[in-house]
Design a binder for this molecule. Structure first.
Ligand code: ZN
Length: 166
């Protein structure tokens, strides 16, 4: 079982095994915010199995700029919706086409559906008469989440919503 670890400021920090989480709780380093129904059997007792824990001390996370974007991280940033038509997107588009000198940066990549991607080709927005409804940018630090959160457990959801509403 996986346990969501929240930093002392309540933002998601990492995902660990529930046994590892139980050890942190037993050592007084974290509190249980949600638990699973099946306890953990230790040699001496049954202990609650944490589903979500909160660290008591803030863990400093380096504030380095997010890594270069991937298709997956662009789709996640843009809610998996096409920037141009709002339909489900599975591809990314270079706003300034690569053939025109556009780079593969957070600022030049947007989620895009296959239809719009094919129509856009190597044209610029000006040539097509299209506009961007937003300014693409690197995600702020606080929505930078562990990769495991691509497959969040249901019991984590209230805590993830809390984090992204800040
Ligand atoms: Zn589209």
């Amino acid at each position: 079982m996986r346990t969501l670890v929240l930093n002392a400021g309540y933002e998601p920090l990492s995902v660990v095994t529930s046994r590892r989480a139980a050890v942190l709780v037993m050592h007084g380093k974290a509190s249980v915010l949600a638990e699973d129904h099946t306890p953990i059997a230790t040699p001496s007792a049954l202990v609650p199995r944490p589903a979500v824990i909160l660290l008591h001390h803030y863990v400093r996370v380096s504030r380095r700029r997010p890594a270069a974007p991937s298709r997956r991280s662009i789709l996640r940033r843009d809610g998996r919706l096409c920037t141009y038509c709002d339909r489900p997107a599975a591809t990314v588009d270079h706003v300034i086409p690569r053939a025109r000198g556009g780079d593969s940066s957070w600022e030049n990549l947007v989620a895009c559906c296959g239809t719009c991607n094919a129509r856009k080709g190597s044209k610029t927005l000006d040539e097509l008469g299209w506009t961007l409804g937003m300014t693409p940018q690197a995600p702020p630090h606080h929505v930078w989440m562990p990769v495991e959160l691509d497959a969040p457990r249901d019991v984590w959801m209230p805590f993830l919503t809390h984090a992204s509403s800040h």
